[in-house]
Write a new protein. Structure first.
Length: 406
């Protein structure tokens, strides 16, 4: 877009403007030294211009900032009324004019000088609020990125951001044999799915089959990683995205045994192959041959199409809601709680969490009553309490620990 090229010019002009702002702010701090202690010249010797004591010097220097703090809030209101560009230019212009008048005010008396510096501070105090207004108007920073994120009644989305900052940076892959952590088998499943280049819907199907199986049996009785590998193989058949069993075996073996050579056609290979095939039959029987899975993805797609009409195509394209909500949904498949809720409700809550994360309000909706909430048109049976419960479960997925990563 043309503006994407022009915004750098605006950023440069703002830089030059603030260069002048700081120059006008600190000039008295430099000039007060020769003003008080004098300037040595060849013809007149050491000449002192003003006989101000230390208290009077402090008032002369601090008076600017007393005026500066007065217009921080007012400047934001004025920038919205008359425009940030006009207010920014007016603030710098008046500050520059008053700076030129500073010598005359100082000669007239200390009181005049203090008053003039305070007025300079008032004029310069509007520059930062003007900067924010210019950035929003010129799309240097998207409006939704600077809104305060609100998470009512239950959670605060800002906690998600702080939590991400506190997470340790994992520079090496997970050793599944040495690691212990909640959701470790689910992570193994999705890692293998990525290596097998499975479609997102296929890997989600494998995760659902995995969680459904372990909701019916005692996890201690089965090898989670073998069941995960078998679910991947079975999901490929269910979603018509088949993978060769040899590829599943090699990927699963390589993921479990890091830096090991490829598995050869020996007894270990055939044993693992038989285990996956037998586990596939076991999963099918435990699930009573009901392998049909209704995914939240299709609900989310239809909801997004409707939301595009509410926001407008250009506004929707400027927001990362589609990518963020899809990421929340895919990550939620690590959590076995995903099978406890309706797919339509899960899709809505992923979208809602994305909206809350970026502080975006859906147009023409409110939260005063159940009927006023934006998702009430999609799911009448989704209450506020259930909505926040599912959102908490989604966020809980990011608390899964894996402290033994190496």
């Amino acid at each position: 877009m043309f503006w994407r090229q022009r915004r750098y010019i605006v950023a440069l002009m703002l830089f030059l403007g603030f260069f002048n702002v700081y120059s006008l702010r600190v000039n008295v701090s430099i000039a007060i030294v020769p003003m008080i202690y004098g300037v040595k010249s060849k013809s007149h010797g050491l000449t002192k211009h003003f006989d101000w004591n230390s208290k009077e010097q402090g008032l002369a220097l601090s008076s600017f900032f007393y005026g500066y703090i007065c217009t921080q809030f007012i400047g934001g209101v004025c920038a919205n009324k008359i425009g940030g560009r006009r207010l920014f230019g007016l603030g710098i212009f008046l500050t520059a004019v008053l700076t030129l008048l500073s010598p005359l005010a100082a000669k007239a008396g200390l009181g005049y000088f203090i008053a003039l510096r305070a007025i300079e501070g008032v004029c310069e105090g509007v520059t930062y609020p003007s900067l924010h207004a210019i950035c929003i108007h010129r799309n240097l920073v998207s409006d939704y990125q600077i809104k305060a994120a609100k998470m009512k009644d239950v959670i605060d989305v800002l906690q998600v951001q702080s939590m991400k900052e506190q997470l340790p940076v994992i520079t090496q892959v997970t050793d599944y044999k040495k690691s212990n952590g909640k959701g470790l088998a689910s992570r193994f499943l999705f890692e293998c799915a990525m290596k097998l280049e499975m479609k997102p819907l296929t890997s989600a199907t494998a995760a659902i089959l995995f969680h459904r199986f372990f909701s019916e049996v005692d996890p201690a009785d089965y090898d989670e990683f073998m069941i995960a590998a078998s679910c991947l193989y079975l999901a490929g058949k269910v979603k018509d995205d088949p993978v060769k069993i040899r590829d599943v075996i090699n990927v699963a073996y390589g993921t479990m045994n890091r830096n090991s050579p490829p598995l050869e056609l020996n007894d270990e290979y055939w044993t693992m192959r038989d285990s996956i095939v037998q586990a596939e039959l076991l999963i099918t029987r435990i699930l009573k041959f009901d392998l049909n899975t209704v995914h939240s993805h299709k609900y989310m797609l239809y909801y997004m199409k409707t939301l595009v009409e509410w926001f407008g195509q250009s506004t929707w394209n400027s927001m990362p809601i589609a990518k963020t909500s899809a990421a929340f949904l895919q990550d939620f498949h690590h959590n076995p709680a995903i099978i406890d809720y309706k797919p339509s409700h899960v899709a809505i809550c992923c979208l809602s969490l994305a909206f809350q994360t970026y502080g975006i309000n859906v147009p023409l909706t409110g939260e005063v009553s159940e009927d006023g909430i934006w998702y009430s048109v999609f799911a009448k049976d989704l209450t506020k309490e259930l909505h926040w419960e599912i959102v908490e479960k989604i966020m809980e997925t990011y608390n899964y620990e894996n402290d033994d990563s190496v």
